[in-house]
Design a protein around this ligand. Sequence first.
Ligand SMILES: [Zn+2]
Length: 152
Amino acid sequence: MLIMVRPIRPRFVRELPRIDYFKPRGIPLSTLNEVVLKVEELEAIKLKDLECLEQEECAKKMKISRGTFQRILNSAKKKIADALVNGKAIKVEGGNYKMPVARTGRGFGRRAGGPPTVCVCPVCGNQQAKVAGLPCSQMKCNKCGSLMVRGN
Ligand SMILES: [Zn+2]
């Protein structure tokens, strides 16, 4: 089917769910059926039904089209209804989603500690303490007068 071939764009999810498993009481694990709710499906339910946002806004937050959002939301509701009506467990897992860069952007040689503390002159290598509120690119080297770049 065509839908399998088309690459799926990731859906933006602000945070991972705190609880990822719901189990009905009194059903032995061996006979328990479960539905798997994707992380973006839970996010869709949260935005639309819990935070009561307009569908347009939900789609924007997840960086997807309204049509895609509607499809994800419908799928989520169907799974939840299935679980409630038929006494199935709900597992929240997987899917195709992306976290905001701020939460996942650690690494790549960049320090997690925020703005740089030192500016470096690209011409003579002189280092100066960064002045709060003034970007390195607007600071002049004390020795040669060139504009600085961020040091760390
Ligand atoms: Zn310099």
